[in-house]
Write a protein that binds this ligand. Structure first.
Ligand code: PLP
Length: 444
């Protein structure tokens, strides 16, 4: 007997990114903190933070109360008006944003934020080209899916003109034959500089990159890389857009991941963790160069729900809760003291673990069939039978009550920032057991 909720879903809900007919989604009845449970009462420790957005966990009382209070006083108001929740959210975001980024354009999510950041950079510079990386995800609307450097772009092409792709650093699978992180950073910069030269720097409006690449592998840039990109952009009047939709608001143990390297982008995009997705919200934080471009002429863009009061009230409560609970400090400590050493042990124990990498509560376990050749446990963009080994690893996690995040040949460790230390350790122990499944495919 299936539930009414399941039947309604199968009869009427058209799901993202999926072939529809065979879908059988777990029906979630509730959640609290790092846990959620399905309608039959099965409980899962969420090691995916849903879509790496639930940084404060489910049902944070302060955020829930803020939404309730805002709903009781004013549910919505057009973007042209001032509003206390909207203004306060913008002020708090500007306070935690890097350097002189002082104004916020609100959107409903990450993809719109990237669309608008690119529009702003193009109009402010009067140039049209945008440089974006392979192995990236920037969203699913026309412009952002074109920026995206993963297979989700393929069926959507051709889309936005003017996007040129380059390689960012990825030491484990270096496009530059680099042998050290430092070499990788230097060679990736030299490559980008050459792309500038070949494309004509005066035609380039912006470089767009994920500060720490998220879904495509948790790729932490080598020290010096981002500063080098900033310098290159400065030399040619190009704007730097850092997509912090996934990496921002606590995930890396910082308000914004760029803080770790002290780099100041011209535009930063955010969404997800800004209010843990309790009400959809995203946006662009912009600096004086962009602001001044639209100080006297109109910015040609807007959204009915830009700065929605319920979403903004949730963001205000989120930032206050993060400050009071010391979330960034907690995430840094858990990352270094709990996750890093345990993942290093997993790598020693399991031949299928080719590399572990990350920071804060943002980690990848990269699985291989052979450590010498680094052959991926499943091929790039594997589907169907070819993807089976990863599905089996995920199933082994779920069987022990941990909901994992997997992508291609990687298991990501991305739990909510409020996960208790005990749950974090237990979840990593479950992954330890599940990796036995991956080891069975090891041929090296
Ligand atoms: N940018 C990054 C780095 C993301 O990870 C995502 C979503 O996963 C997006 C943009 C798109 O955000 P949204 O799904 O809110 O449109």
């Amino acid at each position: 007997m299936t539930s009414q909720a399941f039947q309604d879903d199968r009869a009427h809900v058209f799901h993202s990114w999926s072939a529809q007919r065979a879908l059988a989604p777990a029906v979630v009845a509730g959640g609290e903190g790092a846990w959620f449970w399905t309608e039959d009462g099965t409980r899962y420790l969420d090691f995916s933070s849903q879509l790496v957005n639930l940084n404060l966990g489910h049902q944070h009382p302060r955020v829930v109360a803020a939404i309730q209070e805002q709903a009781a006083s004013l549910c919505t108001i057009a973007p042209s008006f001032g509003n206390a929740a909207r203004g306060e959210a913008a002020r708090l975001i500007a306070e935690v944003a890097p350097g002189d980024l002082n104004h916020v354009f609100f959107t409903n999510g990450g993809t719109e934020a990237n669309e608008h950041a690119v529009r702003m950079a193009r109009l402010a510079t009067g140039r049209h080209k945008v440089l974006a990386t392979y192995r990236s995800y920037h969203g699913a609307t026309t412009g952002s899916i074109t920026l995206t450097g993963d297979p989700r772009r393929w069926p959507n092409e051709p889309a936005m003109p003017g996007v040129v792709r380059f390689f960012g650093p990825y030491p484990y699978r270096s496009a530059f034959y680099a042998e050290t992180d430092a070499q990788e950073g230097e060679r990736a910069l030299a490559h980008l500089e050459e792309v500038f030269t070949l494309e004509g720097p005066q035609t380039i409006a912006a470089v767009v990159l994920e500060t720490v690449v998220g879904t495509n592998g948790i790729l932490v840039p080598p020290d010096g890389y981002l500063a080098g990109v900033r310098e290159l952009c400065d030399r040619h009047g190009v704007m730097l857009i850092c997509d912090e939709v996934m990496s921002g608001f606590g995930r890396c143990g910082e308000w914004f991941a760029v803080d770790r390297w002290n780099v100041r982008p011209d535009l930063v995009t955010f969404a997800k963790g800004v209010n843990s997705g309790y009400v959809p919200l995203g946006g662009v934080v912009l600096g004086p160069r962009v602001y001044e471009a639209f100080a006297e002429r109109a910015y040609p863009g807007g959204l009915t729900y830009s700065g929605h009061p319920l979403a903004c009230a949730a963001a205000v409560a989120t930032i206050e809760a993060m400050r009071e609970e010391g979330i960034n400090e907690r995430v840094r400590r858990l990352g270094e003291e709990v996750v890093r050493p345990r993942l290093a042990k997993l790598q020693e124990r399991h031949p299928s673990v080719g590399e572990v990498r990350g920071l804060g509560l943002f980690w990848a376990i990269e699985l291989v069939r052979d450590r010498a050749t680094r052959e991926m446990l499943v091929p790039y963009n594997a589907a169907g039978e070819a993807a089976k080994p990863m599905l089996e690893v995920a199933a082994a996690c779920k069987a022990q009550g941990v909901w994992p995040f997997t992508h291609f040949n990687r298991l990501h460790v991305v739990p909510p920032c409020v996960t208790s230390e005990k749950d974090l350790i237990n979840g990593l122990d479950v992954i330890d057991d599940a990796l036995d499944v991956a080891d069975r495919y090891y041929t090296g």
